[in-house]
Ligand binder design. Sequence first.
Ligand code: SF4
Length: 364
Amino acid sequence: MKAHRGRLPGGFPEGWPLPPEDEELLEAILARKQALRHELVILAHHYQRPEIVGVGDYRGDSFDLSRKAAATKARHIVFCGVHFMAESAAILAQPHQTVQIPDLHAGCLMADMAALEAVETAWEELAEVTSTAALIPIVYMNSEAALKAFCGSRGGLVCTSSNALAAFRWGLSRGEKIFFFPDRHLGRNTANRLGLAPADHVVWDPEAPLGGNRPEDIRRARLILWDGHCHVHTRFQVDHILAAREAYPEAKIVVHPECTAEVVALADASGSTGFIVNYVKEAPPGATIVIGTEINLVHRLALEYPDRRVLDLAYSLCPNMFKISPAKLLAILEHPGEHNVIAVPGEVQENARLALDRMLALRP
Ligand code: SF4
């Protein structure tokens, strides 16, 4: 491997080791970009490998990337991320745009924990013990398009990890309770920020009758939290925080809100990927920052801010994000608009768009 010297566009971090074959692939990707020019836009999620981020036109979180792509004139949008992200881009895309993903098998284990049929069954079960007219469904961005449509058609909305608090406030101002899926930890962390008591929320186990709850607990709850999680973020444990505090007493520890509430409570700060990027950017030179999120973002921040000490709380890689490789990206660029095209059926798109538009109208 040899260290790359920052020739690639998009802020490719200097010093990142690259195998020689990837070096050649990246040169070929750049040549395809040059040939396609404004017809193409490559989106790279923050958790992509640095070499993919380096050839992306935009980097960021899934929703911001989708919005940016839809605002361009590009005909071909290539999303280097996981499937639900490409779907969100397809929902927001203009009619002349196609959205492709370099690997159709790049899914999200958390999104897979809440299938539409299971959520519909849960809704029907809930209707037997509480009024669904006063139940507001809210879905995390990390979910399939059909669930976004489910929420759109029932007066609910989508939220991201940066606006979950505003979304929950919105929901509780319109109904008696919220049904949130699929990430119970983001749900619980948001409930804590709202100052809700533990008795105010219940967890819905999709395998158990009535989600494993008593009817009276459901009736009393303000939040019903689907029992899903991100294995990348639940890997961070309280012991990791304690060890980091001991090893680096001067450090600030920042974690993602998909971590457990116990981990979030012990960290100095918690927020979305965008929040974490800004946290490092705004830290003074010489600061030590220990980060609890996907390892590729942590490594990239360490390279981009060499005058801060950026460390990982523990090594945690998202295997699905890692499925996007330079070889797969190049294969897509050789056939723009043809392979691995993500399409969302009309009615699903319409209702999902409704839920996304309600999110956009949220006040912080
Ligand atoms: S990091 Fe977690 S939420 Fe994000 S794609 Fe991977 S499994 Fe899904």
